[in-house]
Design a protein around this ligand. Structure first.
Ligand code: ARG
Length: 231
């Protein structure tokens, strides 16, 4: 915020891993970050009277960046879980998600998560997918920087499956018109996304929850939801 006279807007420094369409992504030739999370945090900031500044930070670097005080909040399709709660506070849940997998269209051997044993699977590093796949046991896990890297690895036969968040898998397959790969229906987990802030920042947590509640009441949340996920 500027310290000059007049109205100086408060700034909300947001971190997000811009690699997760339709939640956070950047289209070629477009400078604004887009997606459901981007619209939501901008609406929350507006509601709170804050100017929103978004920084693109790799997913596994987000919590460290917040601990280093480089950012105030994280919105990045981040799943609320106990392990993370040891290091951050979460807002109320804002989106229900879960993990599914993507395989090549001609895949015969992998029809369910149980079939992953003995196979190579790509996941984004630092995610709940990485955790969940390791827990399955007997799977060779390749942790890559972005979901796009994971899909590329799948198409190049470097792995036999990608485990990733369902809405991102679905969007990838429908929007890219991708025919070489398909998403399976089975869900490995059900997960809720939350906005994260520093462990001691209960004040910001209440402000964000209030803003979120307001947006749910006044229809703004539903508008943003419909924009990215339809009706
Ligand atoms: N929901 C998963 C998690 O919390 C994946 C989130 C990945 N987000 C991203 N912007 N790449 O671990």
């Amino acid at each position: 915020a500027s310290s000059g006279s007049g109205s100086s807007a408060k700034v909300l420094k947001v971190g997000s891993s811009i690699d997760f369409a339709p939640f956070e992504f950047q289209d070629e030739g477009q400078k604004e970050y887009q997606g459901f999370d981007m619209d939501l945090i901008r609406a929350i900031g507006k509601e709170m009277g804050y100017e929103v500044e978004i920084q693109n930070i790799g997913f596994d670097g987000l919590i460290p960046a917040m601990q280093a005080k480089n950012i105030d909040v994280i919105i990045s399709g981040m799943t609320i879980n106990d392990e993370r709660k040891e290091n951050v506070l979460f807002s109320d849940p804002y989106y229900q998600s879960g993990l599914t997998m993507v395989v090549r269209s001609d895949e015969q051997a992998i029809k369910s998560f149980q079939d992953l044993k003995g196979h190579k699977v790509a996941v984004q590093i630092g995610t709940t997918s990485a955790e969940a796949v390791k827990k399955l046991g007997g799977v060779e896990v390749k942790e890559l920087n972005t979901p796009a890297d994971c899909f590329m690895e799948l198409k190049g036969n470097g792995v036999d499956a990608v485990v990733n968040d369902r809405p991102v898998n679905d969007y990838y397959i429908t929007k890219s018109g991708e025919t070489g790969v398909k998403a399976l229906e089975e869900k490995l987990t059900a997960e809720d996304y939350g906005i994260a802030m520093a462990k001691d920042n209960t004040e910001l947590q209440s402000k964000i929850n209030e803003a979120l509640k307001k947006l749910k009441e006044n229809g703004e949340y539903d508008k943003i939801y419909a924009k990215w996920f339809g009706g």
